[in-house]
Design a binder for this molecule. Structure first.
Ligand code: FAD
Length: 469
């Protein structure tokens, strides 16, 4: 009786406990992907990026005389159909922790077990399962730094090799055609431009990690804050889809630390931010839709998406160069530098006093590294409603931040075409990507600030201090 191996955000063959267990079971293995309610419910860019990842995963499986079976529909129904058609006796998958995936997986596991199927979930998406790391008094960490101290020297098991053989069934069940799902259909901003900025698949991710460890990690502590430099690993896109395991990243970072490479510890810390985000989303799932600190739910953030300031923020024309450059970078590349994410999130929620949920949703629609846990934590942290919050009165000043982190204006010049005699291609790409109804042109004058850094700061502090909770 075959084992169905259900791929979701784990699009790799190496260090994949569920796949390894299936291959070692002595039974045929049928790799499957289900385009179900959870996968379809994501934003346009994550769905598009998922489609790219699936295509590459299928190729890797084919090189091992296997293949990916594609089905579309409600997950449990698809699984039951496949079990019936293949006489499978087991379904294995890697665990996920966001509320939508968890609700689905719990339902699927219970129902399949009742059907007499060996339904089993495995680790693989995280370094530590959310219930494995506990504070001294029990319970999960609600503050990042003590969690880092608790895990920073932890030995984690070695990575699993890619299975040498993926035993195929005698006959394959039918598969839908991936291309027929048109997963890029909702990419209104030109999938091709975004595609040119992606590095897709397991071997691309491994090369990225290798190059970063050799060339990038030593300067990481300083370069990671400079958005014009390629000073970070860029692995978030691959980690989001599981094209590389966090364990592979951890081992590479630990080895670099042992070799005394500067920057290695700082990078390991970032991997633990990802863990922290996942532990929070598991233990406090409301982080994705309402204020993590519940009292902040009463804060009168503006929620009307039609507001002039919301439109200006989304379209990258607030008149604040750091903010606009960042919003345009995301529109064109599907990525945004971490420092820039903090600046635009602070500007939206503090200077413009708009709800963090507007930003969270816009990011989900446009990021190719969209991750339910890191995005939710990033937005709540920036708004001051989250755990481990920057105190609400610390408002990023997007003008002084520019002087500090983009001294020679290389970042803003790369993304803002207006008032440049000969704008670079990146800045022009933005105007090729935007919809016509935004009616913007590279030859327009650059707009005046919608809210200046000083006025916005005063207004934010006033609103935050006068809140009545
Ligand atoms: P590196 O600097 O090389 O770090 C290595 C890895 O550590 C990253 O790939 C990522 O997996 C993890 N990491 C780094 N910084 C963070 C962080 N602050 N929080 C959690 N994990 C981190 N990251 C996403 O992956 N997806 C998102 O949807 C996302 N949304 C964000 C929204 C906001 C408002 C903010 C402030 C941050 C968000 N982040 C998100 C975190 C961070 O910006 C990105 O992970 C980082 O920019 C990715 O670049 P990199 O891969 O070069 O990271």
């Amino acid at each position: 009786k075959p084992v169905l191996t259900w791929f979701r955000r784990d699009l790799r063959l190496g260090d994949h406990p569920a796949l390894t267990a299936a291959c070692e079971s002595g039974r045929p293995v049928i790799p499957i992907f289900l385009y179900d309610e959870v996968a379809e419910g994501q934003g346009a860019a994550p769905r598009f990026r998922l489609g790219l990842g699936l295509k590459v995963l299928n190729k890797s499986l084919e090189s091992k005389a296997s293949r990916l079976i594609f089905r579309r529909g409600e997950a449990l129904q698809c699984l039951r159909d496949l079990i019936k058609e293949t006489d499978a006796g087991a379904v294995y998958w890697s665990r996920l922790y966001d509320p939508a995936s968890k609700a689905r997986d719990i339902k699927v596991k219970e129902a399949l077990k009742q059907d007499g199927i060996d339904a089993r979930s495995f680790s693989g998406h995280l370094l530590f399962e959310p219930w494995q790391v506990e504070t001294k008094s029990g319970g999960f960490y609600k503050v990042y730094s003590p969690m880092w101290r608790a895990v920073k020297d932890t030995e984690i098991g070695s990575t699993l090799p890619t299975p040498s053989r993926i035993p195929a069934p005698q006959t394959w069940p039918s598969s839908e055609i991936l291309a027929s799902w048109e997963m890029s259909a909702d990419m209104q901003r030109g999938a091709d431009i975004v595609r040119s900025h992606c590095m897709v698949g397991e071997s691309a991710a491994a090369s990225r990690l290798g190059a970063f460890i050799v060339n990038g990690i030593s300067n990481y502590a300083e370069a990671r804050n400079l958005p014009a430099q390629n000073g970070t690993s860029n692995l978030s896109e691959n980690l989001a889809y599981g094209e590389i395991s966090p364990r592979s990243c951890w081992h590479a970072g630990m080895q670099a630390r042992q070799e005394g490479k500067a920057g290695a510890e700082t990078w390991l810390k970032e991997l633990v931010w990802r863990e922290f985000a996942y532990h929070l989303i598991h233990h406090t799932p409301h982080i994705v839709h309402s204020s993590w600190r519940e009292e902040w739910g009463a804060f009168p953030w503006k929620t009307d998406e039609r507001l002039r300031e919301v439109k200006a923020w989304k379209q990258g024309r607030t008149g604040i160069r750091f903010v606009d450059a960042a919003m345009r970078e995301m529109y064109v590349t599907g990525r945004m530098h971490n420092r820039a994410r903090m600046i635009v999130a602070s500007y939206l929620t503090k200077h413009l006093l708009c709800h963090w949920k507007i930003g969270l949703d816009w990011f989900e629609e446009h990021l190719i590294d969209w991750d339910p846990a890191s995005n939710a934590l990033g937005w709540q942290w920036s708004a001051g409603s989250g755990p481990d919050a920057t105190p609400y009165f610390r408002v990023f000043n997007p003008v002084t931040q520019l002087d500090k982190f983009d001294k020679d204006r290389a970042y803003v010049s790369a993304w803002i075409a207006e008032e440049q005699g000969d704008p670079p291609q990146t800045a022009l790409d933005y105007f090729h990507a935007i919809p016509e109804q935004w009616s913007m042109s590279a030859s327009d004058p650059y707009p005046d600030p919608i809210v200046t850094a000083e006025d916005g700061r005063k207004r934010a502090l006033n609103a935050y201090e006068n809140r009545d909770f």
